[in-house]
Design a protein around this ligand. Structure first.
Ligand code: SOE
Length: 392
């Protein structure tokens, strides 16, 4: 990447956990990948000017705005990267798209289907003006996950018969872990369901190449009130004596049926003591299986049932070869990637799509479908209803 490339200016709104992960992606994308445009970290947006200024200095942003509306009007901003809680996604994304800015929005795309529909409509209108939009489901950009999708598409496991997907964390298993916006329905839309269940919904659709066409589910809240946080860092805070209500689900269990009719089983919980970020998906096909666990994220397990039974077995593919997705830009075989690399790959794919005048994925329409699945699960749980079909 020696020659000077035209710059693409980025405004990032929000600078907490996701803002930090996105910042390292914007810093590194063009330093490891050959991009048609060089990301310029133009402005960080945060309401508290002093704290935002400190964050901008630490994370590498050139300027600060305290109002996102000013950021989306700036001439040095081409992309608006939304890293705020879900209750602000729709207003910011629609305004940014209407201002002619490309938009990347963190998952889940919105807090309701209605919000997601306005976002998808704004994205469709903006697309006609060459303005692009993308939803930040980064785990599909883990090389092993992208390889799994390629292997399913290439027929390496035959016809998809069944899927089981889990997202297990334990950062809320302590009943005294304090409240955060992720536990407030007004802010987050839902709890484990939308926060981490959205990821395994997107991953299942991405790996199988099919949509979830219907669901039945149940949601549980184990701890109904918690200490109000006095300070927070990442996902963990310190609680004071004041307590407040938890207004979202702590765990979501649901069944799904893919567009082919194949059944799927899902579980998302932030109460699984000992599981830190265990995103697991296993796809059983007519001639084999694929299995992945993010806690061993550089490995994809593959069982080829066409092999002679005497030597068949799950092989452990170490997804670090230069021919594997994204790997050529990084390290030699066996050195491995981490959580942060999915965010770099996301920035790379977004900038490449913008440079090529193409629509990046997942699109806002993809995000809207995930929202419809989430809402159908909530409805199924609330009404103790059985299987609910989901339209496109
Ligand atoms: C909390 O559950 C969280 O930060 C999610 O919000 C992210 O989407 C996930 O990648 C890690 O865990």
């Amino acid at each position: 990447m020696s020659e000077d490339k035209p710059r693409i200016g980025v405004a990032m709104i929000g600078y907490a956990f996701m803002g930090r992960a996105h910042s390292q992606a914007w810093r590194n994308a063009h330093r490891f990948f050959d991009l048609p445009l060089e990301p310029h970290m133009a402005v960080l947006v945060g309401r508290d000017e002093q704290r935002a200024t400190s964050a901008a200095r630490q994370l590498g942003w050139d300027a600060v705005e305290t109002d996102w509306r000013r950021a989306i009007e700036r001439d040095d901003v081409d992309v608006v990267d939304i890293c705020t809680p879900g209750d602000t996604h729709a207003e910011i994304a629609v305004a940014a798209l209407e201002a002619g800015k490309h938009v990347l929005v963190e998952k889940p795309m919105a807090n309701t289907v209605a919000e997601a529909e306005t976002m998808a409509a704004a994205a469709g209108a903006a697309r006609g003006r060459g303005v692009r939009s993308m939803v930040g489901f980064t785990y599909r950009r883990v090389p092993a996950i992208t390889l799994a999708r390629q292997m399913v598409a290439d027929g390496r496991i035959g016809e998809v018969r069944q899927v089981r997907a889990q997202y297990l964390q334990d950062w809320l298993a302590d009943a005294d872990a304090p409240l955060s916006w992720r536990l407030d329905k007004e802010k987050a839309g839902s709890g484990a369901l939308g926060d981490i269940g959205a990821h395994i919904i997107d991953l299942t659709q991405f790996v199988t190449g099919q949509r979830i066409a219907g669901v039945a589910g149940m949601l549980d809240t184990f701890v109904t009130e918690r200490p109000v946080a006095e300070s927070f860092s990442g996902l963990h805070g310190t609680g004071g004596t004041e307590r407040g209500p938890v207004t979202v689900d702590d765990a979501a269990m649901f069944l799904g049926r893919l567009s082919s009719g194949a059944p799927a089983v899902f579980e998302a919980t932030r109460f699984a003591w000992g599981r830190k970020n265990a995103i697991r998906i296993e796809v059983n096909g007519s001639t084999g299986s694929l299995a992945f666990d993010f806690e061993d994220m550089n490995v994809l397990h593959y069982y080829d049932a066409t092999e002679p039974a005497g030597t068949a077995g799950f092989r452990r593919i170490i997804v670090t070869e230069p021919e594997h997705p994204y790997i050529e830009a990084w390290w030699p075989a066996g050195h491995g990637l981490g959580y942060e690399h999915g965010f770099v790959h996301q920035a790379v794919d977004l900038v490449r799509a913008i440079g090529a005048g193409e629509d990046p994925t997942p699109s806002f329409e993809d995000g809207l479908h995930v929202q419809r699945v989430l809402e159908a699960i909530e409805r199924s749980s609330a009404e103790h209803s059985t299987y609910t079909e989901i339209g496109d």
